[in-house]
Design a protein around this ligand. Structure first.
Ligand code: HEM
Length: 266
């Protein structure tokens, strides 16, 4: 779909098939990032997220190597996050009985969680995936840009066009999810309760420009949440129905609201 935002021509890619075909199957064509004003303002024109060509390739390689080395250093990334999460559990508390039952059964309340535990905790893993799908934090991804004319599905996308891979349309697509508008961890579970991948789970986008922080972010989400659930039960003053799940702001990002949460030690 083509539209104009002021003078800027924008092509919006809608749905899993289109987003995947562009970002993965035609990865080299759609790898560009353009001089979009808000990204320029945030980055001042520097860094990985705004760069193109050789400069971007080098920055991306450097970033990925640094994150990987961080993970393999004297204190691995996993261990570092584990320690951080232990600090956090002294302040906050837990969430849902079913996750706690699963965690209690598999690793107990005392043992420090590790990433190895993820495959033994399919329900917890499914809940985390569903939270990311449902919250839809970066609904339009970070804008891409046609650095030259791109031929896509028989159309020409002219050089200078901003391209928005609409991740929101993938994370809420009827064809991909049984109940796209409801929070439903079953989206990531099979009939036997095993974890089930869904290729349309693209909160970090896809292809050559996909989020470099994905592994770190997913590790943090898992280790923090499991450590918190081991020690606390969470509730909110007005009961679960009082929680408004709609974002506080919705534009480039969907920002979740702040909530008052009661963390009760178990
Ligand atoms: C839940 C957490 C996160 C989400 C949902 C997220 C999502 C995204 C998305 C959608 C993009 C755009 C990809 C594209 O252009 O196609 C992106 C890019 C990027 N993310 Fe993340 N991200 C998260 C955490 C992080 C973290 C922890 C880091 C840093 C360690 C990070 C660093 C970056 C960078 C540098 C880019 C630009 C990559 C490039 O242009 O080549 N992100 N992220």
């Amino acid at each position: 779909m083509t539209l104009h935002l002021g003078w800027q021509r924008v092509v919006v890619l809608v749905g899993y098939d289109t987003v995947k075909e562009a970002l993965v199957d035609q990865a080299d064509d759609f790898v560009g990032r353009g001089p979009v004003p808000f990204i320029l303002k945030v980055t001042k024109g520097y860094g990985l997220a705004i760069s193109n060509g050789e400069r971007w390739r080098q920055l991306r390689r450097f970033t990925l190597t640094t994150l990987r080395d961080f993970g393999m250093g004297r204190k691995g990334m996993e261990e570092w996050i584990q320690e951080e999460s232990q600090h956090l559990v002294t302040h906050i508390g837990t969430l849902k009985e079913k996750m706690q039952q699963e965690i209690d059964t598999v690793i107990g309340q005392e043992c420090r969680p590790s990433m190895e535990d993820r495959k033994s905790l399919p329900f917890t893993d499914a809940v985390i995936h569903e939270v990311q799908r449902f919250l839809d934090i970066v609904p339009l991804s970070v804008p891409h840009y046609a650095l030259q004319d791109i031929c896509f599905r028989g159309y020409i996308i002219p050089k200078g066009t901003v391209i928005l891979p609409m991740l929101h349309s993938v994370l809420r697509e009827d064809k991909q999810w049984a109940t796209p508008w409801s929070f439903n961890p079953q989206h990531f579970l099979d009939q036997n309760g095993n974890f089930k991948k869904n290729p349309a789970f693209l909160p970090f986008s896809a292809g050559k420009r996909a989020c470099v922080g994905e592994s770190l972010a997913r590790m943090e989400l898992f280790l923090f949440l499991v450590a918190l659930l081991q020690r606390f039960t969470f509730s909110c003053p007005g009961g679960p129905d009082s929680v408004d799940l709609s974002p506080e702001y919705s534009s480039f990002a969907n920002l979740p609201r702040r909530h008052q949460i009661i963390a009760t030690p178990r």
